[in-house]
Design a protein around this ligand. Structure first.
Ligand code: ADP
Ligand code: MG
Length: 740
């Protein structure tokens, strides 16, 4: 029988009443589900509702301001605020907040009540609901404790939030009242970006501008704006709250820092796409209900590869909205999990020995007509455009593979990248054999006429159908073409997608700009436009051929091959972040207007500091686990085993028991040794001078030391009596309470 531990009780507190709001009883008493369309977006107020509710001229002013990137006049803002307030108050909202994404990687909100005091004649105070245009469009949170990477000295520590009207306003319907959230950008006194949204919006603008210039050049004269689209697939773990609460490492860091592998992990491959356990399903249904009301178009849910691991995928949207929605999704997941007695782990590597979690960022670009430019299409012109845009994206990844790698660097993702479960730290692009062959023939000059017949011969038109079936299969690639979009798979599960996506947008924008210049040159020399485009495609194909890789990204040969090709191999966050210091990266980010020099430098500092702080918390948590949980259990076991040895009679048993004791003593010694070295190292960190130096010491000295400490602790878990073991084990966390 298993020892009875406090965490064995399931905290499942899920009650059917949580979901009955979505059920209606028909006249014969049978229950049926309310169609999603009836409550989808009911907690949001976006451009659609504004068009409906605002006076025509006010709505027109808003759209004009949006299109031209101009400020709203105070009358317009006032009129909008009034309509929003009416809608919100009628929904039972009492407070509003500017909702923004500072560089902590989380979101921030500061709530203010919708009230204003009025003095009546008899100097009595009356409270009225009030929300002004000024409150809608701008805020000034006390921002001195948000990271700025040294950009704001204390005397200008002010930060400002400004409404981003392109993303819908929404209501958080919490357990204790409702709050109106206004999506905002966050910036400093001199306009410097202090958040993740501002660079994303800037990158969208540059991308749209450069792509339109290129499209005009290839004959798409009516192109006005280009939109980047994103569908982020979110992976996560669900574990019982009792298990989480009994593990100081999970409480402190969101991941386990110790834990021997359970005899069963994911080797039976029985979890992936398996039937969803009832408890997880109840969580998902509840989560989806919340998300639908917030206008988040969640579409897919399934089990992932590891036990207790799951995935959620939305329908793709404009990247800015998709990024807000993903942040909102992560927050809602945590909130809803709590209600179900569960904890949702979004960390990239909550458990050793089984898969970690990623966030595959499906990305594409489309024109005003909604045509996906990465969709080969049906006409020869669309096919040629497809080839051109494809080679432009390939060129972008080829040029800025290192910055893309830096954009996904985080302590959590360091555990994934390069492990045989997730893409490697080397960025390459997988196209699928069909498209790969097409680019190979183009490179060899087998299709340089760009005639209709030749394009058809290349087989571009068949790609959507064929790649739907085949291209998705290379799960080892960090950046894979999957039929009509790219899938950036190396992004970590806890990432704010704005960071990698703004870099990707910027890289593609730069590549469009370069392609436009080259195409203009070619057009100046040749008469036939299609031939000029084909020649551009061919020259790009030659240049970016080294970024293409169709093989197994996990193999050792690939690492050698990538080294030969000169691709950047940046295994750790510490190495990847240094990219932000090189001239090529700086020039690229500055000329695409995504970040200024000062902003790049500040982001570097913030990332380094976050790395150091995260790692310091992890290392201190591990040392605590070792010294106050594991060592005492081991001491008791040694004592008990010693007593047993004293009463043993047979020589064979005595010898074996002595050996067992010796090995436990050796483990105790090793733990004490590594533990004290780790503490000495941690205590010496602050004397290292700058943060970059600290990062180096953590990455190259302390982390390997911690790995040794953990390994001994894991071995000890296998020899100490289960009754004495003070922490929930992997087999309990991953296989109990969640699996029914
Ligand atoms: P697959 O099975 O090939 O991965 P899915 O249709 O399941 O494709 O899509 C996976 C994710 O990719 C979803 O979130 C989906 O919305 C997103 N996606 C599909 N098309 C696009 C696109 N044009 N741009 C961005 N994301 C897309
Ligand atoms: Mg997936």
């Amino acid at each position: 029988m298993l020892t009875d531990k406090p965490w064995h009780r399931s905290t499942s507190s899920f009650s059917e009443s949580l979901i009955t709001t979505r059920l209606m009883r028909s006249s014969n008493g049978a229950q049926s589900t309310i169609p999603i369309s009836e409550y989808f977006g009911e907690l949001t107020f976006g451009l659609g509702q504004m068009r409906e509710k605002l006076p025509k001229d006010i709505y027109h002013n808003l759209v004009k301001a949006l299109d031209q990137g101009k400020k709203l006049t105070s009358e317009t803002a006032e009129a909008i605020a009034t309509v929003i307030k009416e809608w919100a108050v009628q929904k039972g909202v009492t407070h509003f907040c500017h909702w923004f994404q500072p560089m902590t990687g989380l979101t921030a909100e500061k709530h203010d009540a919708f009230i204003s005091i009025q003095h009546s004649n008899h100097s009595e105070l009356t409270v009225i609901e009030r929300f002004t245009g000024g409150q809608l469009i701008q805020g000034e949170p006390d921002a001195s404790s948000f990271p700025s990477g040294g950009m704001r000295s204390t005397f200008e520590a002010r930060g400002y939030t400004a409404w981003d009207p392109s993303s819908p306003i929404f209501i958080i319907d919490g357990d204790h009242g409702k709050t109106l959230c206004i999506p905002c950008v966050f910036f400093g006194y001199h306009g410097e970006a202090l958040d993740n949204k501002t660079p994303l919006l800037r990158s969208c603008q540059t991308l749209s501008y450069e792509a339109v210039e290129f499209l005009k050049c290839i004959g798409d004269l009516d192109a006005k704006t280009i939109t980047a689209t994103l569908g982020p697939e979110q992976e996560y773990f669900l574990i019982d709250k009792n298990h989480a609460n009994a593990r100081p490492d999970i409480i402190m860091t969101g991941r386990t820092l110790q834990g021997a592998s359970a005899p069963r992990g994911q080797q039976l491959e029985d979890h992936y796409f398996g039937s969803i356990p009832a408890r997880a399903k109840a969580f998902m249904v509840d989560l989806e209900y919340e998300l639908y009301r917030l206008g988040v178009p969640v579409k897919t849910r399934h089990n992932e590869v590891a036990p207790s691991q799951f995935e959620l995928a939305p329908i793709f949207e404009n990247v800015n909205i998709a990024a807000d929605h993903n942040t909102l999704t992560m927050e809602t997941m945590k909130r809803v999990a709590g209600r179900h007695g569960l904890v949702c782990l979004i960390n990239e590597k909550p458990f050793a020995g089984i898969n970690g979690s990623g966030k595959h960022c499906n990305w594409s670009i489309s024109n005003d007509k909604g045509e996906n430019l990465l969709d080969p299409g049906t006409t020869p012109h669309q096919n040629l455009r497809f080839l051109a845009v494809m080679s432009i994206v390939l060129q972008a990844v080829n040029r800025h593979a290192d910055v893309l790698r830096a954009a996904i660097a985080s302590p959590g993702n360091d555990h994934r990248l390069g492990g045989n479960e997730a893409p490697p730290a080397i960025i390459s692009v997988f196209l699928g054999s069909m498209l790969d062959n097409i680019f190979n023939s183009i490179e060899k000059g087998e299709a340089n006429q760009a005639t209709e017949a030749q394009i058809i011969n290349l087989g571009v038109g068949h790609i959507p159908n064929i790649s739907k079936d085949y291209t998705d299969r290379n799960r080892t690639s960090p950046f894979a073409f999957t039929g009509n979009k790219f899938e950036f798979r190396a992004v970590g599960s806890s990432a704010n997608v704005s960071v990698p996506v703004s870099i990707l947008n910027a890289a593609v924008a730069e590549s469009f700009r370069d392609a436009t210049t080259r195409l203009k040159d070619l057009l100046a020399k040749k008469k036939n436009r299609d031939e000029a485009i084909m020649e551009l495609v061919r020259s790009l194909t030659v240049e970016h051929k080294y970024i293409r890789f169709e093989g197994n990204n996990y193999s050792e040969e690939w690492k050698k091959e990538a080294t030969k090709r000169g691709l950047p191999i940046l295994n750790t966050t510490a190495e990847a972040l240094e990219v932000l210091h090189n001239d090529k990266a700086t020039e690229f980010l500055v000329t695409t207007k995504v970040l200024t020099r000062a902003e790049i430098e500040s982001r570097y500092h913030i990332a380094v500091e976050r790395y150091n702080k995260t790692l310091e918390i992890e290392l201190r948590s591990l040392s605590e686990l070792a010294s106050v949980f594991i060592v005492p259990a081991l001491e008791t076991q040694i004592r008990d085993s010693g007593k047993t040895l004293a009463v043993l009679k047979t020589a064979g048993a005595k010898t074996l028991q002595s050996k067992r004791l010796e090995s436990m003593e050796a483990s105790l010694e090793a733990i004490l040794k590594y533990h004290s070295a780790l503490i000495v190292g941690l205590d010496a960190l602050s004397s290292k001078g700058d943060e970059a130096q600290m990062m180096k010491v953590i990455a190259t000295e302390l982390t390997p030391l911690a790995a040794q400490l953990r390994q001994v602790c894991d071995e000890v878990e296998r020899c100490v009596s289960d009754a004495l073991w003070p922490l929930p084990k992997y087999r309990e966390i991953l296989f109990m309470n969640n699996q029914a």
